[in-house]
Write a protein that binds this ligand. Structure first.
Ligand SMILES: C[S@@+](CC[C@H](N)C(=O)[O-])C[C@H]1O[C@@H](n2cnc3c(N)ncnc32)[C@H](O)[C@@H]1O
Length: 210
């Protein structure tokens, strides 16, 4: 891959957000205590970033720019770290990112981060449950990033499948988590349609159409 430089303003905002995300460990541990009484819910992680890594973000950026992808969809915005990588790439290609976040407080902060990075014009943030916010989605998808609640990977993937084309690339994060297994089983069972491989130390699944 050629060396592509992410816009300096965007990268400086991303770096600041990564610094803040260093406190995630404590926040996640606190959220996990709720699991003693009931299944974990997105709200339990309201203050945690749970971000992709700089390496993953740079991979998204390069993949989008090198393929001149324009239509980018993301499930799971959180505070917007991954979205900023996607949007910095969309700015280069003349594309747009549609991202979706369940929690209002996270969506609100993410929007502020998009403005700080000067990338607001390249992002449409849909607040609410992705299954609903993307229900009327109706255009070809070049790049799909799955990073929301893991048990929704499969239903959302199936919902968006009609909009994949022969060059679509799908990246699913955290596939080493047990809740992603039904999604992986589906992709592997459809090996005539999809080719996939693990990436980023087994954390990500990179899927292309056969
Ligand atoms: C792992 S975090 C996303 C991290 C983000 N992609 C990043 O790299 O900065 C997952 C996010 O998905 C959100 N989420 C969970 N269920 C959702 C749903 N049904 N629809 C939309 N967002 C959801 C959570 O609130 C959480 O903020």
């Amino acid at each position: 891959m050629q060396n592509i430089q992410i816009d300096a303003t965007a990268q400086s905002v991303i770096s600041l957000l990564f610094k803040d995300a260093k406190f995630d460990g404590f926040k996640v541990a606190k959220g996990l205590t709720k699991m003693i009484f009931r299944p974990l819910q997105p709200k339990d992680m309201e203050s945690a970033y749970l971000p992709v890594s700089q390496e993953q973000g740079e991979f998204f950026y390069k993949t989008i720019v090198e393929n001149e992808f324009k239509s980018i969809v993301e499930f799971g915005t959180s505070f917007g770290i991954s979205t900023l990588f996607l949007a910095a790439a969309a700015k280069e290609t003349g594309g747009k990112v549609i991202t979706t976040e369940l929690l209002s407080s996270k969506a609100k902060t993410a929007k502020k981060n998009f403005e700080k990075a000067d990338l607001g014009d390249y992002i449409e943030l849909r607040e609410g449950d992705a299954i609903e916010t993307l229900a009327n989605f109706n255009e070809p998808i070049d790049f799909l990033m799955l990073d929301g609640w893991k048990n929704l990977y499969l239903p959302l993937f199936k919902q968006l499948e009609p909009f994949f084309h022969k060059n679509t690339i799908i990246y699913a994060d955290n596939v080493n988590m047990a809740d992603c297994q039904p999604f992986l089983d589906y992709v592997y069972a459809n090996s005539k349609v999809y080719k996939s491989r693990k990436i980023h130390q087994g954390k990500g699944e990179l899927i292309v159409l056969s």
